[in-house]
Write a protein that binds this ligand. Structure first.
Ligand code: SD4
Length: 325
């Protein structure tokens, strides 16, 4: 697919989501923003960007903006792919993955964390309060509780009902964009020109107990290099881990690619590896450069991302994609 479409939002409610698409210019148009800028994955990126913008527009730090931004879908029980209300693993447990990275390459992550609504904030505590990068499972929960986070049940009646329905067939077969299982990845540049990113998810629905995807893995689900740019990913995490996807996107930008070219080239590696079989996989990348350019690319169509900057209203864009069906 070589068409990029643009959805412009005045408000961010359900009505806005049903607004007609406004076709934009050519695919490879230069997408440049005046900083500060924040971009994030999927439709819920619009509300997340709004929250991040409160910090960015008042001179705040990109790190604070991305943490607060991604907390929006984390805390929303109606989002079944992030935080509270996330679809569980096949044993009915909601297990969360998240990571955060700042302009100094400081980073923190949690994986397979249960019972905590805001794993991104636990990841930040790992970054700031420990000498480690990643805590997992019981250890991550223990750390979170010691840090004052509250334990709560994350399995909503809706997600429990969906899981019980799934148990009838117990078939693990994620369908691109239809499994309703999307991660929020957010990368931002603040008024000072510093970059940060955050990525948080409940992972693939009905995964094996203990499965961890790309989202909490620095270099896979998220990467920030304050000299070059920042990238994040969504989709089938196993494929992103195999290519260290977000790091690859940043390194391609270092070699001179625009954010969209870099994302496209990373997606191209999956196509090269799997050929026709890549039709069954969804992976999307989203990136910004130090110059304020932004761009995305996905294997399948249907990947959306939101952009807000000093010169761009909060917009939801359809990513360009390799396949157009
Ligand atoms: C994972 N990348 O756990 C996440 C899931 C996701 O769209 O982003 N789905 O593999």
């Amino acid at each position: 697919m070589n068409k990029t479409t643009r959805r412009k939002f005045i408000g961010y409610g359900a009505a806005a989501l049903s607004m007609p698409l406004v076709p934009s210019c050519a695919t490879e148009e230069k997408k440049e923003a005046v900083r500060p800028i924040v971009v994030s994955t999927w439709n819920f990126g619009v509300a997340a960007n709004s929250e991040a913008w409160k910090i960015l527009s008042t001179g705040g730090r990109a790190l604070d903006a991305v943490e607060k931004g991604v907390q929006v879908p984390e805390g929303d029980p109606t989002e079944s792919s992030v935080g509270l209300g996330g679809l569980p693993d096949r044993e009915g447990r909601v297990t969360l993955d998240a990571c955060i990275m700042d302009e100094h390459a400081n980073c923190g992550a949690v994986a397979c964390l249960e019972h905590i609504v805001h794993p991104i904030s636990v990841a930040r505590k790992v970054m700031e309060e420990t000498q480690h990068v990643m805590l997992v499972g019981e250890g991550a929960l223990q750390f979170a509780l010691e840090q004052g986070f509250e334990k709560q049940n994350l399995l909503t009646p809706e997600s429990e009902a969906a899981w019980k329905e799934w148990l009838k067939t117990s078939e693990y077969k994620p369908v691109a964009n239809i499994e309703n299982h999307d991660t929020i990845g957010m990368v931002a540049m603040d008024a000072e020109g510093n970059l940060s990113g955050a990525c948080t998810t409940s992972g693939m629905a009905y995964k094996l107990r203990g499965r961890v995807g790309d989202s909490p893995i620095i270099g896979a689900g998220l990467y920030v290099d304050n000299e070059i740019g920042a990238a994040t990913s969504t989709g089938v995490g196993e494929e992103v881990i195999k290519m260290v996807g977000s790091h690859l996107v940043v390194e391609l930008m270092r070699q001179g690619r625009s954010p969209q070219q870099a994302c496209k080239e990373a997606v191209g590696r999956i196509v090269k590896r799997y050929g026709e079989k890549s039709k069954d996989i969804q992976v999307g990348f989203l990136a910004i450069s130090k110059q304020g350019e932004y761009g995305a690319y996905a294997l399948q169509m249907g990947f959306t991302y939101a952009v807000k900057s000093n010169n761009i209203d909060n917009e939801l864009l359809d990513s360009a994609s390799h396949y157009d069906l």
